[in-house]
Design a protein around this ligand. Structure first.
Ligand SMILES: O=C(CO)[C@H](O)[C@H](O)COP(=O)(O)O
Length: 220
């Protein structure tokens, strides 16, 4: 099976997690694109979506799925999103697609985080994938110095601004043995908008695409 076929399989499996007549949180990325396409086939069963990026919003609307403002929504029972890495506790690195801030906001607002990944994203220790950090532009060098002090090698994502008008520093060279602590430390640096570590609010369940089928991993 190709990686795209694995992504498609988990996207399809995620439909079973979608409650009837509710608003669904929708993430960003190539796996989520397959999920949005799958969601379109049951769109009469959902009230609409809260979207984590302009890209996902565009795709949802193209399918005729209503996109709502988070401020107008009381409850999001399920948030479906991909990840760049996920460990055995459900902690993740996210933000490879640059949407980490809105993703973290919707993840926090949702009752349940369903992570959809192919098996290549499962890791024992987070950090091989460079950790994205969204930063207010004027704080770039200050934040970069602080990230170096934490043992990382921050590199500016070239020719890229987030949907919020900020830059991203991708931090290479980290071995993240204590994801919660690192998430807290990086969030303390003035100028950091969001770190792409999702440890305090990790996944509740991961649907993992493998050549043998979709596995479900539940986390406490
Ligand atoms: O965090 C993300 C976007 O900001 C994505 O979930 C992550 O990058 C995984 O993307 P893909 O499904 O394309 O591998």
């Amino acid at each position: 099976m190709t990686q795209d076929e694995l992504k498609q399989a988990v996207a399809q499996a995620a439909l079973r997690q979608i409650p009837q007549d509710q608003i669904i949180g929708v993430g960003t990325g190539s796996t989520v694109n397959f999920f949005i396409d799958a969601l379109a086939t049951i769109k009469h069963k959902v009230r609409g979506a809260v979207s984590s990026s302009e890209r996902s919003t565009e795709r949802l609307k193209a399918h005729g799925i209503a996109v709502l403002d988070l401020n107008d929504v009381d409850r999001i029972p399920v948030y479906v999103d991909g990840a760049d890495e996920i460990d055995a506790s459900g902690a993740m690195i996210k933000g490879g697609g640059g949407a980490l801030t809105r993703e973290k906001i919707i993840a926090e607002a949702a009752d349940r985080f369903v992570c959809i990944v192919d098996a290549s994203k499962l890791v024992s220790t987070l950090g091989k994938f460079p950790l994205p950090v969204e930063v207010v532009p004027m704080a770039r060098e200050l934040v970069a110095r602080r990230l170096r002090a934490l043992g990382g090698d921050p590199r500016l994502r070239k020719d890229y601004l987030t949907d919020n008008g900020n830059i991203i520093l991708d931090v290479h060279g980290l071995t993240i043995s204590r994801p919660r602590e690192l998430e807290t430390s990086i969030n303390q640096i003035p100028g950091v908008v969001t770190v792409g570590l999702f440890a305090h609010r990790g996944a509740d369940v991961a649907l993992v695409g493998t050549p043998g089928g979709v596995q479900e991993h539940a986390y406490l």
